[in-house]
Ligand binder design. Structure first.
Ligand code: UD1
Length: 420
């Protein structure tokens, strides 16, 4: 078991570079399955989730060569169309590998994905979309077997909810479809735009990514390419919040402020001074933060992944804040641990919490229940008096590249401890 051990009260101050995006990297790695020509990716974060995804690709028969931040994948020799259950279960986004395998081979076998336990997270929208594309689906012995008669046939697919993963899966499955696929009520997240950009650079025809209507015109083949993936907007937001909660000041380089406008707006509202350039964000926190209300929404709304992080920050804000979570049912587990550290939080009906600041948090032993909830506890530890131990740090390592190193560079007293 791994734990972050933090000695709190140091201000987060200085400059740090944001890493590549976890949520863009995972579907973009899946494009290598679709494309039998070698593809090279830059800026893939070295985190547990990308390591597991690359491990699955190797098991499927892909050649993966890693060389200091550059990853080249060749799926020419790929033979296996079955994603092993144990690996499938390790993270949620393994589900997008299914769309890529289906797109390339017209058949795929996989099981229900795992990932953070932040809600029910079904994959009904993904499976219904595969059916709409002409795929027959049979569920047998814990596995979902998908097979198209001959080809996947382009069609109009209306999503009941703008699911990020389902939108990505439909795009991946449709790249070689016969005819044209239209996704209506598509998710608009920047990671989907990045996926479309990468695919189009390989020769795919994906139009409208970033809007609620995406059109994919089937192509016959893709070509060799290289692609640099976008910056992680949630990691950027987390580092900004680390400065906010400690009354510090930070400059995030390699950032993309355009993708984080709603978060920057809220940080301004609570009293932080923010200035941006095309690829950097500078934040100076005030002595006393102000409260605000937050409601999570699909992009461009306030991101659910930033909800626990801003939740930690609001424990230090003067006044009462309400946070309403609209995307996942079970994303407030971190709040119980914040309460243990001295935060004043009331659980409300309809998936909401009420936080009244300015709490003087004190160090405690707490435990990550999921990736972003765990990161929220690390931030709370940075601002608390005394020692905070955040157990189950494995969750956090799934999604943050060198978090400990980056926070140390910014002045935090934090170590990653292995408990044997
Ligand atoms: C992705 C992100 C995750 C982020 C989330 C919402 C990755 C790897 N993960 O997750 O970090 O928090 O988007 O921005 O990119 N739903 C269904 N049926 C489905 C699919 C989804 O009911 O078939 C529901 C989910 O239970 C949830 C909502 O739709 O309530 C949003 O889920 P979705 O957008 O699919 O999130 P993910 O792709 O899993």
């Amino acid at each position: 078991m791994l734990s972050y051990v933090i000695e709190g009260k140091n201000k987060i101050e200085g400059e740090v570079k944001a890493s590549g995006s976890k949520n863009a990297a995972l579907p973009i790695i899946a494009t290598a399955i679709l494309n039998p020509e070698p593809v090279t990716f830059y800026n893939i974060p070295d985190i547990e989730d990308t390591r597991i995804t690359l491990k699955i690709l190797k098991l499927l028969g892909c050649k993966v060569i890693m060389n200091s931040g550059k990853i080249t994948i060749s799926s020419k020799e790929m033979h296996n169309k079955i994603i092993p259950k144990d690996l499938m279960h390790k993270l949620r986004s393994t589900v997008v590998l299914a769309g890529a395998i289906l797109g390339r081979f017209k058949e795929a076998t996989f099981s229900y994905p795992g990932g953070c336990n932040i809600g029910k997270r079904p994959i009904d929208l993904h499976l219904k979309a595969f059916k709409d594309l002409g795929v027959e689906i049979e569920e047998k012995e814990d596995y979902i077997h998908c097979k198209a008669k001959k080809e996947l046939i382009g069609t109009k697919i209306k999503l009941g909810f703008p699911s990020v993963g389902a939108t990505e899966n439909i795009i991946l499955a449709s790249v070689y479809c016969k005819g044209v696929t239209h996704i209506l009520n598509a998710a608009k997240e920047p990671e989907i735009q990045d996926l479309a950009k990468c695919l189009n650079k390989m020769g795919a025809k994906v139009y409208g990514a970033g809007t609620s209507r995406i059109t994919i015109c089937g192509v016959k083949k893709l070509h060799k390419t290289d692609y640099k993936i976008m910056t992680d907007r949630i990691e950027t937001g987390t580092l900004l919040c680390a400065a906010a909660i400690t009354n510090g000041r930070v400059k995030i380089e390699n950032a993309n402020p355009e993708n984080l406008l709603n978060v920057l707006y809220k940080l301004k509202e609570i009293g932080c001074k923010i200035s941006i350039t095309k690829n950097s964000i500078f934040l100076t926190a005030p002595k006393i933060l102000k409260s605000t209300n937050i409601e999570t929404m699909p992009y461009p709304g306030f991101p659910t992944d930033m909800q626990p992080i801003i939740g930690a920050v609001l424990t230090k804000a003067k006044g009462t804040s309400i946070i309403k979570e609209n995307i996942f049912e079970n994303r407030f587990k971190y709040a119980l641990d914040l309460k243990k550290m001295g935060a004043n939080i009331i659980f409300k009906e309809e998936n909401a919490i009420e936080i009244t600041g300015e709490s003087k948090l004190k160090g405690e032993t707490v435990s990550s229940a999921d990736l972003r909830g765990g990161a929220a506890l690390v931030l709370a530890g940075l601002s608390a008096s005394g020692k905070t131990r955040v157990e189950n740090a494995e969750y956090i390592l799934r999604g943050y590249e060198n978090l400990e190193k980056k926070l140390k560079k910014l002045g935090a007293n934090i170590i990653l401890e292995k408990v044997v």
